[in-house]
Design a protein around this ligand. Sequence first.
Ligand SMILES: Cc1cc2nc3c(=O)[nH]c(=O)nc-3n(C[C@H](O)[C@H](O)[C@H](O)COP(=O)(O)OP(=O)(O)OC[C@H]3O[C@@H](n4cnc5c(N)ncnc54)[C@H](O)[C@@H]3O)c2cc1C
Length: 175
Amino acid sequence: MELFDGRILPADIVIVGIGATPNTAWLAGSTLALRDGVLCDDGCVTALPQVVAVGDVARVGGTRAEHWTSATEQPRVAGANLLAGGSSQSVRSVPYFWSDQYGARIQFAGRRREGDTVRITEGGLTDGAPAEGGLLALYEREGRTTAVLAVDRPRPFMRVRRELSLESRVESAAL
Ligand SMILES: Cc1cc2nc3c(=O)[nH]c(=O)nc-3n(C[C@H](O)[C@H](O)[C@H](O)COP(=O)(O)OP(=O)(O)OC[C@H]3O[C@@H](n4cnc5c(N)ncnc54)[C@H](O)[C@@H]3O)c2cc1C
């Protein structure tokens, strides 16, 4: 494979990661705080209360979740906070994305962190790929589930996603 700068790298498979850098150059020098996206509080409100950011470009409450779900859920909260003149509502949802790839539905929810263990609780792997019928995998840390991955297992996935959302709400209420 030949790179733009002329380097040639040997490769059997090439995975292209595109569209992952937030385009914030036009905001450089403005009052908005930028760090891998536009920094916002939990309610999508930036350093300027009359400016909100949502979707891929927004780092909301410390997380930039580049998924369609963020781009469709965050505007509701951002709009409410604009009308309220400050952060009266927070984005509480657990990050979630789905994708259909080569006939398989892939779903992921939660906040996986480095060092989490991965446990396949349904289905399995065949030669390193999801077996016929898919799989459900739980990411765990200190005995707690931090995230869930499913391939063609929508029902059990939604159950774990609901549990993660519930836990997240309880934790937010306790803060
Ligand atoms: C290849 C690829 C595959 C993906 N697959 C999935 C998937 O399977 N599932 C999933 O959940 N998510 C997926 N995503 C992520 C998903 O597409 C994004 O999270 C979502 O589109 C973000 O929406 P957005 O409105 O925040 O940003 P965008 O959809 O990027 O829209 C931003 C718009 O703003 C415009 N813009 C930028 N700068 C300026 C400016 N200065 N002035 C005016 N306009 C400007 C851009 O041209 C663009 O039209 C994928 C992304 C990519 C790149």
